[in-house]
Design a binder for this molecule. Structure first.
Ligand code: DC
Length: 227
């Protein structure tokens, strides 16, 4: 097998478990895992803390001016940091989840984050997950996977996760958020969520975690062989 450290792009719908799978693969093969959704969430949290999102409107002028001075990165445990502060689990809250599609639809936000992401993955050996990794960030990635599952299955998974973290949410609320984000992610003008022509499709709605992880690993092995 060719042992070059390749770039692996994992895209797909919200709450389809792609982060869990991407993280497990990165660990198994000794790659760096990068959660680009966490980066969009951190910028959203920053704008919320500044009071720059009101009634669903983002103060774009201020956010654009602030972005060059913002640092979003990951600590050695893979936790997302905003200006050096670990912002897990705050960035996973429903408040941030309900605003993040708005912020991530802004072209200047995407431009900045794509630049950071390309720098993070420049030397290969990364598993990066998001919505536009295989289409925009790394269109030449050796392995691209597009993950999907029915919205109700994804909402149930997200609901279980939030409840086990002690969050008071209803399944209806989570399902509505999942559907709203699907809609905004698929229909935004800049880099909408779509499967790259050369991405492998994985519908994991009826797969166990072990099956998904094995599927990902085999896809990686095959991608290395096919160089
Ligand atoms: O993967 P996630 O649910 O944590 O992502 C949060 C939001 O960020 C999601 O609504 C879509 C957006 N996002 C994006 O537009 N592009 C990416 N590469 C990653 C996430």
């Amino acid at each position: 097998m060719n042992t070059d450290r390749i770039t692996i792009a994992v895209d797909g719908y919200s709450s389809c478990g792609k982060s869990t799978m991407a993280k497990a693969l990165a660990k198994r093969i000794g790659y760096t895992y990068i959660d680009t959704g966490a980066m969009y969430r951190s910028v959203t949290l920053y704008a919320m803390r500044q009071g720059w999102i009101r009634d669903g409107e983002v103060d774009q002028t201020r956010l654009e001016a602030a972005l060059p001075d913002l640092t979003v990165d990951f600590d050695p445990q893979g936790r997302c940091r905003l200006n050096g502060e670990v912002v897990e689990p705050e960035i996973r809250s429903m408040q941030v989840s309900s605003q993040v599609s708005r912020v991530s639809a802004l072209p200047f936000v995407r431009r900045h984050l794509v630049r950071w992401q390309r720098a993070m993955g420049a030397s290969g050996g990364v598993v990066m997950d998001g919505r536009d990794i295989g289409t925009v960030v790394f269109p030449d990635a050796r392995l691209k996977v597009f993950v999907t599952a029915d919205a109700t299955v994804r909402a149930q998974r997200r609901y279980d996760e939030l409840r086990s973290a002690g969050r008071q949410v209803s399944l209806e609320e989570v399902l509505a958020n999942v559907r709203q984000r699907d809609d905004m992610d698929e229909h935004r003008a800049d880099s909408p969520l779509r499967r790259a022509d050369d991405a492998l499709l994985l519908d994991n709605g009826h797969m166990t975690l072990e099956e998904q992880n094995e599927w990902m690993y085999q896809a990686y092995v095959k991608a290395c062989r096919c160089k």
